[in-house]
Design a protein around this ligand. Structure first.
Ligand SMILES: [Zn+2]
Length: 281
């Protein structure tokens, strides 16, 4: 089964805010058009996957709001295929009740948070309250514990190792580190090996083959390749392109004596590893 565990939808101008758009153009070039990810565009891009996780996105600090209701309305049209993850900002005063509402009333099946985008310390009381509630509700948490191109977003909250205590103290909470903690993949890999409840997705890395080759080799050496999950980070890539990138990853070492990543490991990342975790969500 092919599950894309990291995809976005949004209305660029309405939901992302001017700060995100102008920093995106400053760093990546191009135009806001390349960020387009309406439900219609998403539906088309996901035509080849069996299931996809669709993420809401909210940051009071950066004035981003891809509402939970917007994502729920879309995913609930295709409940067999799409899995909605709500996004709660721990800085909002009603964070716990909003999370309960999203799970119980909007049928969302996971939580997405990001200390660097939302400007909070992942070990603060307000964050711990949310981790506690997510564990009680038995929903997984996808955490963007990785860098960003947004100038004002505080890197002090971004490092994967900040989640070490959280992963230990919430041992029944399934934690997925987005983007394998890029560019601190080594910290993320340490956490995935150390904690049975921590996983990672490789979204945003499929377009960085040298880096991905190197980091997947580390995962193999640490014996954790079966906890690495496929994600496209749509609209930044598509499942089709991300899979193609993965399947040709070994080309990077073609004319060298470096080892190849076994095809079975790459196939498991694409088709197997997510199924146990998300297949029944
Ligand atoms: Zn993403």
């Amino acid at each position: 089964m092919l599950i894309d565990c990291h995809t976005h939808i949004w209305d660029v101008n309405k939901h992302l805010g001017q700060e995100v758009i102008s920093d995106f153009i400053r760093v990546w070039g191009g135009s806001p058009k390349s960020l387009r990810a309406t439900p219609e565009i998403h539906e088309e891009a996901m035509s080849k996957v069996d299931k996809a996780i669709v993420l809401a996105f909210k940051s009071l600090f950066l004035k981003i709001n891809v509402p939970n209701e917007y994502v729920a309305k879309y995913v609930n049209k295709f409940p067999e295929k799409l899995i909605g993850f709500c996004c709660i900002d721990p800085n909002q005063h009603d964070a716990p009740s909003e999370l309960k509402k999203c799970v119980q009333d909007l049928h969302m099946r996971g939580l997405k948070i990001s200390p660097v985008y939302q400007n909070f310390d992942p070990n603060s009381d307000k964050a711990i309250k949310l981790f506690d509630l997510a564990q009680e509700l038995k929903i997984p948490v996808l955490i963007h514990q990785a860098t960003t191109f947004i100038r004002r977003a505080p890197l002090k909250h971004a490092y994967p190792s900040l989640l070490d205590n959280i992963a230990a103290n919430f041992s029944d909470l399934k934690i997925i580190l987005a983007h394998l903690g890029h560019p601190w993949e080594d910290e993320a890999i340490v956490l995935v090996r150390k904690h049975p409840n921590v996983y990672a997705d490789i979204s945003a890395l499929t377009s960085r083959p040298f880096r991905l080759y190197h980091k997947l080799m580390s995962c193999i050496e640490y014996g954790i390749a079966d906890k690495i999950l496929f994600g496209s980070d749509f609209p930044f890539s598509t499942p089709e392109k991300a899979i193609n990138d993965l399947l040709k990853l070994n080309e990077i070492v073609k004319k060298t004596s470096l080892p190849k990543i076994p095809t079975s490991i790459i196939k498991n990342i694409i088709y197997e590893n997510s199924v146990k975790l998300f297949g029944k969500l």
